[in-house]
Write a new protein. Structure first.
Length: 229
């Protein structure tokens, strides 16, 4: 009995397993993928609702990548007018914090946004297979491109993309959102190759959006001149 009591007291002192790791016989084996963390949250029957803040806590040191992916990925596909401005605002917060090397934080009005666990599980069921396919293309490599000070530069590039995303520029949401999503995947899996890909899409975005803005400016000047003829 005494030995059993000693065993019980010793087990209480053990650190609980981190939800971000798969463990085998008490040893860390690998970090969970983003899709796996989403599935764990969706299957947690102790929760009635899942909030943005819950995701921030679950992702730990990869919260920047997870939250940026959540807000950027929906803009990769055509969305109703105004959607990019709503989803882009949190990205401005997150990108600025990453640029300055701060911990991820969101205003309470955003962090408290939630949905029922059942609805969250249904969403994860739809998105999970797509995320899992994308994660198969990711692996830790060129990791120096995904940590500070390179991470601060990524924050700057994402901030520029987030600002473009918020602005009412025609066709100005898909490419910036794609670039941010690539950077987010890179941070999630410490994959520097995706940083390079994201930087390429960043440059393409500046070229395309710059062309659109220039064309709009020229059109405005033309209309202004025509109105005084």
């Amino acid at each position: 009995m005494q030995g059993q009591a000693d065993d019980d007291s010793g087990s209480n002192d053990e650190e609980p397993p981190s939800p971000r790791f798969k463990r085998r016989r008490g040893r860390k084996v690998r970090r969970l993928h983003f899709s796996e963390i989403l599935a764990d949250l969706a299957n947690d029957e102790d929760r009635e609702r899942i909030s943005v803040g819950d995701l921030l806590i679950a992702m730990g040191d990869r919260a920047f990548g997870a939250l940026m992916l959540v807000f950027a990925l929906p803009n990769v596909i055509p969305t109703p007018p105004g959607t990019s401005a709503i989803l882009g605002a949190p990205l401005v917060f997150l990108a600025a914090q990453m640029m300055f090397g701060q911990r991820p934080w969101l205003p309470k009005v955003i962090a408290a946004r939630s949905m029922t666990r059942v609805d969250f599980a249904a969403l994860v069921d739809r998105l999970g297979p797509w995320l899992a396919r994308a994660e198969k293309l990711l692996k830790p490599r060129l990791s120096a491109l995904t940590v500070q000070p390179a991470e601060n530069v990524i924050g700057l590039l994402c901030l520029i993309m987030a600002i473009i995303l918020v602005l009412p520029i025609p066709l100005g949401n898909i490419l910036p959102a794609l670039a941010i999503s690539m950077f987010a995947f890179a941070i999630l899996e410490r994959d520097g190759v995706w940083v390079i890909l994201g930087t390429s899409v960043f440059a393409l975005t500046l070229f395309v959006v710059g062309g659109v803005v220039y064309a709009l400016f020229k059109a405005a000047v033309f209309l202004f001149n025509k109105s005084f003829e």
